[in-house]
Write a protein that binds this ligand. Sequence first.
Ligand code: NAP
Ligand code: MG
Length: 501
Amino acid sequence: MSTTSDVKTYSNFINGEWVAAASGQTCENRNPADTRELIGIFQRSGAAEVNLAVEAAHAAFATWSKVPAPRRAEILMKAAALLEQRKEAFAHDMTREMGKVLKETRGDIQEAIDCGNFFAGEGRRMYGVTTPSELPNKFTMATRNPVGVVAMICPWNFPMAIPSWKIFPALVAGNTCVIKPAEYTPLSVYNFVSVLTEAGVPAGVVNIVTGHGSEVGSPLMAHPLVRAVSFTGSSEVGCIIGENCARSFKRCSLELGGKNPMIVLDDANLELALEGALWGAFGTTGQRCTATSRIILQKGIYKKFIDELVMRSKLLRLGNGLDPKVDVGPVVSKSQMETILGYIELGKGEGSRLVTGGNPFDRADYKHGFFIEPTVFGDVEPQMRVAQEEIFGPVVSCIPCDSLEDGIQIANNVKYGLSSSLYTKDVNRAFAAIRDLDAGITYINAPTIGAEVHLPFGGVKQTGNGHREGGVGALDFYTEWKAVYVDYSDKLQKAQIDRPE
Ligand code: NAP
Ligand code: MG
């Protein structure tokens, strides 16, 4: 086991330099599969470090914003190539840091690589608009300008992919940034930023300040030199951030929670749906914003599906994600574990039927980690709290439905609207569901997880505030439109007023 003496202490990364927090206080990063393992010590920062970082980003903006976008894109491409080289080592760090199994942490880094390559391509596009003027001898266009200093506040469940969704489009568009990693996963952000620096991102363009949400996140979003805030996390914190940004007229992107439904109709390929359900519900130990947390089953297959799901859930192997035989890692922390176990108790109290799991997995060799058995509730009613609230753990609620229409109504009747899925062989029903499921993402014959970086990612209702990450649309958040009018008529022309007789 690691002891404090052989563990590295990380400083903040500000203006290309390592800067310790003035408070002298630190936070520990431990392995949730075995908390005896200390992974790193990180600064517990506050407003003083936030100020330094924002000022550095502000100063760097003056030069970075003027580097031609195709040149900035070359740096992104190089960073993506370096990530490819370091993928295995970074995946190991990530699994140790937050628990998900190696094949998933490799996927997390692959997502960052894909994102880097995609947004590097935008360096030679970043298309604006030209359009005819209503007046003769006048040229009109709209161009994209960078926004300025962007604050980025990130969660722990996709420790490199989510920062990459924010940093890559921000950089290619010419912005600079200050990132606050989640307290549980600062190492992956350091790994990511180390690669950016090695690829040639200049000092001050990307800065890291670590510490508690309220102590770093609050002064960061409130800083007057910050022009935009990109936040991914819980709806509770998102609401605080949205309110604060409104007061200072900051642009704000919120990517929040989900309660994602999978509907399985009687005609579905059951084998495929079961495989999808297991992956959607228990992949990343259920700690995905897009995790399948409700399975809405048509009555003809309801019992058979649950019986099979229970049998297969029991076969999933829990353990340290570094072990290639393990399917499901730990949850991220003690408090997350307590929240999830609390929901399991609540589900039992509400009258749903606990059909498998429900307990901490505390065999002797697991007792230093935060493990919970994959848990399935049957006979859940749509209004129960376990069917309405985000649990963010390996817990799935099965709800019966009569028809596709009934299933869609149940699916839509929650405050969130991130991902959704339907299993059917009927193309007519599939297209009706694509139209009617009230969510930012719909999968047909695939579970609710599996987003690709070049498509828009985000949700409706309380899942966010209408922005999307991923895809070219992300550039709408990281750029300001400028409308440009060039009059070459050599006379004053008045729009709307000078009209043909
Ligand atoms: P969280 O508690 O909301 O934390 C997210 C980030 O906000 C962390 O960096 C956190 O810092 C920081 N923070 C906490 N309180 C703050 C405050 N008062 N002011 C400013 N920042 C503050 O969420 P989480 O538990 O890390 O992540 C899980 C949630 O994220 C789930 O609800 C999940 O659905 C959502 N999520 C959404 C998406 C999406 O794209 N829609 C993707 C992934 C996750 P600390 O770490 O120091 O607390
Ligand atoms: Mg940790």
